[in-house]
Design a protein around this ligand. Sequence first.
Ligand code: AMP
Ligand code: MG
Length: 353
Amino acid sequence: MRVLGIETTCDETAASVVQLKAGGGGTILSNVVHSQIAEHAAYGGVVPEIAARAHVELLDNLVRRALEAADVAFAELDGIAAAAGPGLIGGVMVGLTTGKALALAGGKPFMAINHLEAHALTARLTDGVEFPYLLLLVSGGHTQLIAVRGVGQYTRIGSTVDDAIGEAFDKVAKMLDLPYPGGPQVEKAAMEGDPARFDLPRPMLRRPGADFSLSGLKTAVRLEIEKLGHTPRPGEVADLCASFQAAVVDVIGDRTRAGLRLFREQFGPPRALVVAGGVAANTAIRHALTRLSTQTGVKLMVPPAQLCTDNGAMIAWAGLERLQLGLTDGMDFAPRPRWPLDASATPLHNGKA
Ligand code: AMP
Ligand code: MG
């Protein structure tokens, strides 16, 4: 069974063909991603209108390349999956409409995929991880702890009440005049810096529940910059980055530990702690999660970097999982810029899913 997956919810235009493996998991036959970093760099962040336009211009060619690279003819596909949200409405419309058109033209089953569900299920594509497990999703748009109990069965255990972690990295980078996207730059600068130089807050540490808050930490960095009274010099930039990253590491460790505890109370022992999202590339954060995994005895699974950030393979895989269960969608499926995985959870303050 082979499915084409299309991803256009943010600033990556992506298409991929994934095939079901006999013993479980999947084989990625192709995974073509165009990251629009260059298109947005001048603005210091993703500009929705530019993103939507770029998706329109790039997507049909990317789909063609994904099929060619997979050496699969269109007729050999068993289904088409497209991310239908949550994300930027313009981009979602491009991917969803393209997916529907391909499905309609080829008379193939169509699956409208929740982008968060695709992140949540990626560890099953790569490692055949069994349910239930805890997902820590840390990206530019999302920061959530989700109990993944089955396909379509998700319970939100914690989430940020304001900024996403990747967003906080990007905003701190901007304050320090580091190039976009800021996360990797902050990590690089932090390697040369003193994490104890600035005494920054650890918001939500040891609070009940497993929610995150990042905006106070970001403001604290801004106040330290103002206190310096001059544009931070390279050594100060490094110390600010190291101090900020150390605070984020402490917060992630504490909140994930709390998330594991809540998971156990509600669903029993998790099979794994799975990490997804672009921030999972950060080495200091990976180390902290490895320590947590050793201490708690919960196996840590971090899919390879190119599958942690936005990609089409995860959409194709979620499509395969749903297709096997007969969970297909009609041509009337509307884009969902907001689409919480856990419909029973209270809506997030930041308006994100
Ligand atoms: P995504 O939203 O999954 O596409 O991931 C992009 C986000 O991850 C951006 O906010 C980046 O700044 C952030 N990011 C990428 N690499 C790193 C890193 N090494 N450290 C911290 N954040 C990162
Ligand atoms: Mg992205």
